[in-house]
Design a protein around this ligand. Structure first.
Ligand code: NAD
Length: 490
């Protein structure tokens, strides 16, 4: 299948190409545009309006103008909009999946999985909208009363990455709607088409003009810079790299903006000597290869007990070596391209340095020649504990395996990272699973599970993986503030 397939061009022709400001799709104020490319071929998929700082301010004007009335809408009204959005996204799952595969590269069945996961935030928060409880209590001194009520935090800037184009948007937009916040969404410039379609669906679901504004742009800082200096903006929720997150946190300090930061990860995948090794390999494949390894939750370091490392590595390498690399729209494909040539160069530099330092590529180890940014699924054995590849996000289909001596050593290695997002533990001993979970510093822990994200659970990290949580009741709290009313002896 190529870009000229009728189904693909018909779908692309329906995607709005403008900026969504106050319920209208419009061109950029300076007429500027940018192209969106297919990472499997390098060919152009679409040309979108590129928002300027003036457009960003117009989007904030729109969000601010409706904030007060939106905050007063009945929770049931907001819940019903979210529920209709869930139904519409689900009904158009094939369109969303194909679009994500085209702009991001992931295989269509995997993109379908992201639609299920991403849509679930709409349904979960639709159900949470009417359960935003406050409290009423007597003061400890016994006379006066306390009322605590929640309020929407106010207009929010939502910045999303390219790797999960739908789920990263719904994970922010749904709780913001539930809480009664208005929004300016800035999708990643590499994969903005899914957000364009999603915004169109939100309008169809009945979201009033101005509540959700979408400003894709070739220049992210032209959007975030002026908005974060404006007193009307009350929150920035960012998912992306730790480096950009740190810059935004510094900018947020100027106006003491609320922030939620979902940043990078360096997930350890621990395999103990008592693990079911076949289940561990299956989990490893999911934890490593979902999204071609381009996930903040991707298993980045395989820490295996020395007594089972050889067997685990052999089985894992056999499974990785059997994967078929290709364009995400090809039904045979298991592994799509990386997002761009720079991403592929970075992955290969880490692999080359590890091999230079003595690691062995049991399978893979090189880019795939030809058009597109493909990299062979790779398993590296004999990786030294201090290798650079274990210290940073790989963001590609590469699995370095290293060994540990005992439980204490495994915990020490797992915690030896500035990141603390996802982690995975394989063992048949439930006491051990809980004991290790107590001692490792990660926001998410999978017990004998390679995929753990769920809309009903609080997703987020510790250390330099970020601040705040998305999903679950915690995800709604990110978009509310409390107001306390003290009542004198009634
Ligand atoms: P990125 O930091 O380069 O970009 C993320 C977003 O920030 C994009 O929309 C981008 O346009 C914007 N941006 C870039 N520079 C900016 C600036 N100076 N000011 C304002 N906005 C700016 O990250 P990415 O490459 O798109 O995504 C990959 C990263 O995201 C990885 O580190 C991954 O771990 C992380 N991630 C984290 C989570 C999580 O939930 N913790 C989820 C997915 C991805």
């Amino acid at each position: 299948m190529t870009i000229t397939s009728t189904r693909e061009s018909e779908l692309l022709a329906t995607i709005p190409t403008g900026l969504l400001i106050n319920g209208q799709w419009r061109d950029a104020s300076d007429g500027g545009t940018f192209d969106v490319l297919d990472p499997a071929t390098g060919e152009k998929l679409a040309t979108l309006a590129s928002a300027t700082s003036a457009d960003a301010m117009a989007a904030l004007d729109a969000a601010d103008a409706v904030q007060a009335s939106w905050a007063r809408t009945a929770p049931r009204t907001r819940a019903e909009i979210l529920r209709r959005a869930f139904d519409l996204v689900t009904a158009r799952a094939d369109d969303f999946a194909l679009l994500m595969s085209l702009e991001m590269g992931k295989p269509v069945p995997e993109a379908r999985g992201e639609v299920t996961y991403g849509a679930e935030f709409l349904r979960w928060f639709s159900e949470e909208t009417v359960r935003d409880y406050g409290r009423y209590l007597t003061t400890p001194e016994g006379k006066n009363k306390i009322i605590v009520q929640t309020k929407p935090v106010g207009p929010c800037l939502l910045i999303t990455p390219w790797n999960f184009p739908l789920a990263m948007a719904t994970r922010k937009v749904a709780p913001a709607i539930a809480a009664g916040c208005t929004m300016v969404l800035k999708p990643a410039k590499l994969t903005p088409l899914t957000s364009q379609l999603f915004a169109q669906v939100m309008l169809e679901a009945g979201l009033p003009a101005g509540v959700l504004n979408v400003v894709s742009s070739a220049s992210a800082s032209k959007i975030s810079g002026p908005l974060m200096q404006d007193d009307r903006l009350r929150k920035v929720s960012f998912t992306g790299s730790t480096a950009v997150g740190k810059m935004l946190m510094k900018d947020a300090a100027d106006k003491v903006l609320r922030t939620s930061m979902e940043l990078g990860g360096n997930a350890p995948f621990l395999v103990f000597e008592d693990a079911d090794l076949d289940a561990a390999v299956e989990g490893a494949m999911a934890a490593k290869m979902r999204n071609m390894g381009e996930a903040c939750t991707a298993a980045n370091r395989f820490l295996v007990h020395e007594s089972v490392a050889e067997e685990f590595t052999a089985k894992f390498a056999a499974a990785m070596g059997a994967l078929k690399v290709g364009r995400g729209t090809d039904p045979e494909t298991n592994v799509g391209p990386l997002i761009d040539s720079g991403a592929r160069d970075d992955v290969h530099a880490l692999v080359a340095a590890a091999v230079e330092a003595g690691a062995v590529a049991v399978t893979g180890g090189a880019p795939v020649q030809g058009p597109g940014y493909f990299y062979a699924p790779t398993v590296l054995a004999n990786v030294a504990n201090d290798a650079a590849i274990l210290g940073q996000e790989i963001f590609g289909p590469v699995a370095p395996v290293t060994t540990f001596r005992d439980e204490a050593h495994a915990i020490e290695l797992a915690n030896a990272s500035e990141y603390g997002l996802a982690s995975y533990i394989y063992s048949r001993d439930h006491n051990r699973l809980f004991r290790v979970a107590e001692q490792i510093e990660f926001g998410l822990v999978g017990f004998n599970a390679g995929v753990i994200s769920n809309a009903a659970a609080p997703f987020g990290g510790v250390k330099q993986s970020g601040l705040g949580r998305e999903g679950g009741a915690e995800g709604l709290a990110e978009y509310t503030t409390t107001q306390y009313i003290g009542i004198a002896d009634p």
